[in-house]
Design a protein around this ligand. Structure first.
Ligand code: PBE
Length: 269
């Protein structure tokens, strides 16, 4: 504490998640000369689970920490946190979370396509599922609970879709808390419609490749235009873009409110 700079206190380390995540690529850009030129700083990659564990440890001792954060996320309900201002807009502005399907899904599985296409919910909805899981409920159970508590909303997703009898569908996702929630909720809805749903966790590049190559049927965690913009550009010709399932998502560097910095520029001193 005391007269040490924030960099000295943190050993010039930003606590990040997996290297393939868009928020980590953005954090790397932020410290580089293309961003804020924070040449002493390092983006220390780990996993989403390890990052939230470090956040919890720091928070309970009121120690400083900077993490790669995103919304929707349960951490904003559990802790008092703030996004660092990003005047250079390295982390972009508001994001949409979009649904991407393989080409041909509409023809092959029109009923699944209809549901995936109509799937849309809010930050509040997603955070409710994430929080229930965070508090100890198995995700399958939390997804079931949310679906049965939100029949009207779910009826809009399934409108016009006929029930099927055990047709197989594979969804891919990444083990991020937000995508664990969305993927399990849409899995539950498709299951209730009669589908045999397999969900497979991959890394970020892997989920985009799986859908664009047709190995998997769809994904509901495409963060655009910024977070996954590079992967979208690479694969967009061979994908069906089903539009946003959630508006107002965000990524950035996140700190506990007790820390006395407000902007990424404050990391310079
Ligand atoms: N996330 C959660 C992802 C998108 C969803 C912010 C960690 C990413 O950075 O790629």
């Amino acid at each position: 504490g005391g007269s040490e700079s924030i960099g000295e206190q943190l050993d010039y380390e930003i606590t990040a998640i997996e290297a393939g995540a868009g928020v980590v690529k953005a954090a790397e850009k932020a410290v580089s000369a293309d961003g804020y030129d924070l040449s002493e700083w390092e983006v220390a990659t780990s996993s989403s689970g390890a990052m939230t564990q470090e956040l919890e440890n720091a928070y309970k001792d009121e120690e400083p920490i900077i993490v790669t954060g995103w919304s929707p996320h349960w951490k904003f309900s559990k802790y008092e946190l703030e996004y660092l201002e990003d005047p250079e807009k390295v982390f972009g502005a508001e994001e949409q979370i979009k649904t991407m399907a393989r080409q041909g899904l509409e023809e092959d599985m029109p009923n699944a396509y209809t549901i995936l296409d109509q799937f849309a919910w809010t930050t509040e909805d997603m955070e409710a599922v994430m929080l229930e899981r965070q508090e100890g409920t198995e995700i399958e159970e939390a997804a079931k609970n949310w679906v049965s508590d939100n029949e009207e909303e779910v009826a809009k997703w399934t409108e016009g879709a006929e029930e099927v009898d055990g047709k197989s569908i594979e969804l891919v996702y990444v083990n991020w808390d937000s995508e664990i929630a969305s993927t399990n909720v849409i899995k539950e809805v498709l299951t209730q419609q009669g589908f045999e749903v397999e969900i497979t966790a991959l890394d970020n590049a892997g989920q985009w490749e799986a859908v664009s190559s047709g190995q998997a049927d769809a994904m509901v965690g495409a963060w655009l235009p910024g977070t996954h913009g590079d992967l979208y550009e690479e694969h967009k010709e061979s994908l069906a873009d089903l539009g946003a399932n959630l508006e107002g998502a965000k990524i950035g560097l996140v700190v506990p409110s007790y820390m006395d910095i407000s902007s990424i520029e404050d990391l310079k001193s």
